[in-house]
Ligand binder design. Structure first.
Ligand code: ATP
Length: 346
């Protein structure tokens, strides 16, 4: 990851935010798997989401924010924002509050998870702090509302720089920006202009631009032609779920939110209330987010051991040790236990 700040050392510290819905189940699983590697991590529990509303009277307690600022790294489960009641999205508040401006979401075909595609190998870089997620909406006159898409040259340049740095740092060949500048000439026009300007500084990385509706069609036709995707906040949200669908669903796509002050690692999926508390959730996305965190810490050997372990579980023909969303018959605990057994064997 381009913004890696920590080096391998004795004990690492990370804030652990279980969150809501399936969050406690998958984050608990990720913690167990990471601990099984023997890497010493001091976990500092932080409350956030609907569960925090009950215990702390607020969705995002100041002490959780302070802990992330102090320890600079967090592993976070999905958080639910109650609809109605005027609450600002907790995920948006966290990303904006800590200026975690880049969401990094690797989406790749995984051996052992059958989908229509076998050759997906892309990384989504999503702008995390502005665009239509500014949350500024108002009623102009009764029956007419306006939502503001805030786009700044500073944020567009920063995220473009991040995408190209990431590409260069990870030996990737191409950055493709998706936009709708033919309609939003000023807003998406600025995003595109900044991406083009930054691209000129990286002659070693190819640059491609695509109108987003065409881009969606091209991804579905042949995802292998995409490498690094550069997207604004809303497009990044939507395209992340679309791309998750190419590789087995939301249960297998990890993520990180990176800023100058630190990094919050979290899966792309939400709190999945339909399966929460049933022991059915796929913990892999949370575990993979934990692997990204280990790499951020410089613990690359431990990260690789976890990857080998889950690849070995996924290669097994035993349906009891994989969750239902990826064709198995097992639950969260069965899958987690099988991964831990293999991590410990190495
Ligand atoms: P949000 O708006 O909070 O991002 P969402 O609307 O994208 O959430 P999710 O909560 O991510 O919705 O769930 C979408 C679907 O994917 C649900 O049917 C859910 O059960 C499924 N899903 C999400 N995460 C997982 C997981 N880890 N394991 C299995 N199924 C999952």
């Amino acid at each position: 990851m381009a913004a890696s700040s920590s080096k391998k050392s004795g004990t690492h510290s990370a804030v652990l935010i279980p969150g809501d819905g399936i969050g406690p189940e998958v984050i608990g699983a990720a913690r167990e798997v990471l601990d099984a590697t023997g890497v010493k991590i001091q976990w500092v529990e932080g409350a956030a989401g609907e569960s925090a509303l009950k215990t702390h009277g607020t969705l995002l307690p100041q002490e959780t924010l302070d802990a992330i600022v102090k320890y600079k790294v967090a592993l976070k489960g999905p958080c639910t924002t109650p609809i109605g009641g005027g609450h600002k999205s907790i995920n948006v508040s966290l990303r904006q509050g800590l200026n975690l401006y880049a969401a990094v979401r690797p989406v790749r075909s995984i051996d052992g998870i059958k989908t229509r595609y076998t050759d997906v190998e892309m990384v989504i870089i999503r702008e995390n702090t502005e665009g239509l997620y500014s949350g500024i909406e108002h009623e102009v006159v009764p029956g007419v509302v306006e939502a503001l898409k805030i786009v700044t040259e500073k944020a567009c340049t920063r995220i473009s720089e991040y995408a190209f740095q990431y590409a260069r740092g990870h030996s990737r060949k191409k950055v493709t920006v998706f936009h709708k500048a033919n309609i939003m000439k000023m807003a998406d026009g600025l995003f595109l202009k900044c991406a083009r300007n930054v691209a000129q500084k990286y002659p070693d990385v190819a640059f491609n631009e695509m109108i987003i509706d065409n881009g969606c069609m091209q991804i579905i036709k042949d995802p292998s032609r995409f490498d690094v995707l550069l997207l604004d906040n809303l497009y990044g949200d939507i395209i992340s779920d679309l791309c998750a669908g190419l590789v087995g669903g939301l249960g297998v796509v990890p993520g990180a939110n990176i800023g100058e002050a630190g990094a919050v690692f979290e899966s792309v999926h939400g709190s999945a209330p339909d399966i929460a508390g049933k022991g059915l959730a796929n913990p892999l996305a949370a575990i993979m987010s934990g692997v990204m965190m280990l790499n951020y810490f410089g613990e690359t050997d431990a990260a690789q051991r976890i990857k080998n372990a889950y690849n070995s579980v996924l290669a097994s023909s035993d349906p009891q040790i994989r969750t239902r969303d990826i064709g198995g018959e097992g639950g969260t605990k069965d899958f987690t236990r099988a991964i831990i057994e293999r991590v410990k064997k190495k």
